[in-house]
Write a protein of this length. Structure first.
Length: 178
């Protein structure tokens, strides 16, 4: 268990203790406020630690450059959050888009995302950074205005040929719409 996980678990347990103590009126308001600030700070630092450890852009410079290029080509994309969350959960990429849903944008960005991640050099660098664990899936979510969300997933195929990353995953498939 890594440090970030321990911090998050400790913050959750501390929050539970504070809530129980508040309910039983054992502690006074000022002490509760101090404890809640400590809990919030622990949660923030734990989240920041985990994000730094799992961020593709922070850990794989080639992928960071590819995502910067995607964002530069599509000015309506105002943010990208990308993480390698563990081989069983895979890679998650969130594109935050100003404006209404645009199917042409989605298609182009999915193509560019696939090229960025499954380029031989980028894929090898990613595997090197994350202990050679090939992710089970690649999830891409587009967040448009008014909580309009489009989600796509590329799942692992039966191929084990790491020299050809493109064949390790299916095409992106529309998986959810809210």
């Amino acid at each position: 268990m890594n440090t970030g996980t321990i911090v998050i678990i400790a913050a959750a347990l501390l929050a539970l203790v504070v809530i129980i103590l508040l309910i039983t009126k054992v502690i006074k308001s000022f002490l509760a406020l101090i404890l809640l600030v400590v809990i919030a700070l622990g949660g923030y630092l734990g989240f920041k630690y985990i994000n730094e450890k799992t961020s593709l852009s922070d850990n794989v410079p080639q992928i960071a450059e590819a995502f910067r290029q995607i964002q530069a080509e599509h000015l309506e994309i105002n943010g990208i959050q990308d993480n390698y969350i563990y081989k069983e959960l895979g890679i998650s990429i969130f594109y935050f888009v100003d404006g209404e849903r645009d199917d042409a944008l989605i298609e182009e960005v999915l193509k560019q995302t696939r090229e960025a991640l499954l380029n031989k050099e980028n894929f090898a660098a990613m595997l090197e950074q994350f202990d050679g664990n090939v992710p089970k899936s690649i999830g891409v979510v587009f967040k448009f205005d008014k909580l309009d969300i489009a989600s796509y997933t590329a799942e692992r195929t039966a191929s084990e040929d790491l020299s050809n990353p493109e064949e390790l995953y299916t095409a992106f498939d529309y998986s959810e719409d809210k």
